[in-house]
Ligand binder design. Structure first.
Ligand code: ATP
Ligand code: MG
Length: 414
């Protein structure tokens, strides 16, 4: 059983004194879906981010713009709001404030899934040491480094190629695969500037160096810890390009290309790491599959971008499951639609405000096709601005349907 944290015993009415309030820290496209699901349960929502009109803010009751890495600003907001539940959607948060307020004697704040889980997973060192050194899970070989010399030494010791990542980074920022000594300096420079904590005077950015895992496929084992126990969703397969997901698909266990033993092992690994993190909510456990080996990579204590596919593959998406779980409600069964499902993100490159053409044509390609446009207020660089989703009899068909539909959509920036 998950930890004995109480959920609300009754549900109120938004915008009245009896409302249950949820604060979302981070207001991207994943948070937007969580807000919609919370609202379906009559929860009052406050969406927070560092910029106005973020996707989740557009559907929440209220919004606030603060720098969530600023401990004072975050503490002030949470003390003023006193929400029933705090739902972090991103890693770049002053998590020490969450830990402090969770322990507050007169008014303990409920953090999803737990403040400790947000602290451990925001830093690759915390979660890697927990997984590999405390729990004994299989991971890539790794070392932590703080200088170019240490990086070179680590790579020689681990064996080439290696992957270097700042310990505080996500979406592939600051991350490179290095084949040999010739690439080491450029990779070190990128790691120093690409992550969340760029190097300040005299302080190198701490990095993890990992041995390259030659995997056949990678999956996200979505795992729901809830009032009724732990529920595992069917594995989500995905393909990553430059540290960002380029495609994901989900197939029912009955027609899965993963051997039954590997599926069981994936769930065992997911149970071990999520039990260690505790609390209620959805977790995205990222695993590499090499032969019959299941290698733990990392875990998000929240819905996962590759899990957008669950918007069309299940009756309860990962977002609906998260909303229920964090409110202390059971998520014992999640019904899969028959066959496989796939998702393909729509990306925009450049600077400006997005306009989309071809949505009707995309939807007309197949009755199962759905499109979500995130409503990101502007684009600067490469940004995920929407997703195309579809189902098929099997994986090959679902991926083909989604690719065909996505090809009809074009994005202009003005
Ligand atoms: N040791 C490794 N060996 C082989 N490939 C790796 C390794 N580490 C990472 N990758 C590849 O890079 C991708 C991104 O890595 P990782 O998940 O650690 O970064 P991230 O910045 O946290 O990305 P995200 O925030 O999108 O999950 C992985 O999904 C995998 O495809
Ligand atoms: Mg990842």
């Amino acid at each position: 059983m998950p930890d004995a944290v109480d959920g609300p015993s009754s549900f109120g009415t938004p915008l009245t004194p009896g409302a249950i309030t949820a604060v979302l820290l981070g207001s991207g496209e994943l948070g937007k879906e969580v807000v919609i699901e919370l609202q379906r349960l009559g929860v009052q929502t406050l969406a927070v981010d560092r910029y106005p009109d973020a996707p989740a803010m557009q559907v929440a009751h209220r919004s606030a713009v603060i720098d969530m890495r600023d401990p004072e600003a975050l503490r002030q907001l949470l003390i003023t709001e006193r929400p029933a539940v705090v739902i972090p959607e991103i890693e770049a948060i002053a998590t020490q404030v969450l830990a402090e307020l969770e322990q507050s004697a007169d008014w303990p704040l409920r953090i999803v899934p737990t403040a400790r889980a947000t602290v451990l997973t925001m830093n690759r060192e915390g979660i890697r040491r927990l997984a590999a050194e405390e729990l004994g899970l299989s991971t890539s070989p790794y070392r932590f480094v703080e200088s170019l010399d240490q990086f070179t030494e680590a790579a020689d010791a681990l064996g080439w190629p290696v992957v270097i990542k700042p310990v505080m980074s996500s979406s592939g920022k600051g991350q490179s695969v290095v084949k040999d000594r010739a690439g080491i300096e450029a990779a070190w420079q990128y790691a120093q500037t690409g992550g969340r904590a760029a190097a300040d005077a005299g302080h190198a950015v701490r990095c993890i160096v990992e041995g390259f895992v030659d995997f056949e496929v990678e999956i996200t084992q979505l795992t729901v810890r809830h009032a009724g126990g732990t529920t595992f969703l069917d594995p989500v397969f995905h393909r990553q390009v430059d540290g960002d997901y380029a495609e994901s698909w989900q197939e029912p266990s009955g027609i899965s290309s993963l051997p039954e033993a590997v599926q069981v092992e994936a769930r065992d690994v997911a149970r071990t790491i999520t039990d260690a993190l505790g609390g209620w909510g959805v977790f995205g456990v990222e695993l590499f599959i090499a032969g019959d080996r299941v290698i733990f990579s990392e875990v998000s204590p929240r819905p996962h971008d590759t899990g957008l596919v669950t918007l069309v593959s299940q009756d309860l998406s990962e977002f609906a499951a998260h909303a229920r779980a964090v409110l202390g409600l059971p998520v014992d069964t999640v019904t899969r639609f028959p066959g496989a499902a796939a998702s393909l993100p729509i990306k925009a490159h450049g600077t400006g405000v997005a306009t989309f053409d071809g949505i009707g044509e995309a939807l007309a390609t197949d009755p199962s096709v759905q499109v979500r446009l995130f409503g990101k207020p502007s684009v600067d660089g490469e940004r995920r601005v929407g997703v195309v989703l579809a189902r098929g009899a099997d994986t090959a068909q679902a991926r083909a349907v989604v690719a065909n539909a996505a090809a009809r959509i074009s994005t202009r920036l003005t």
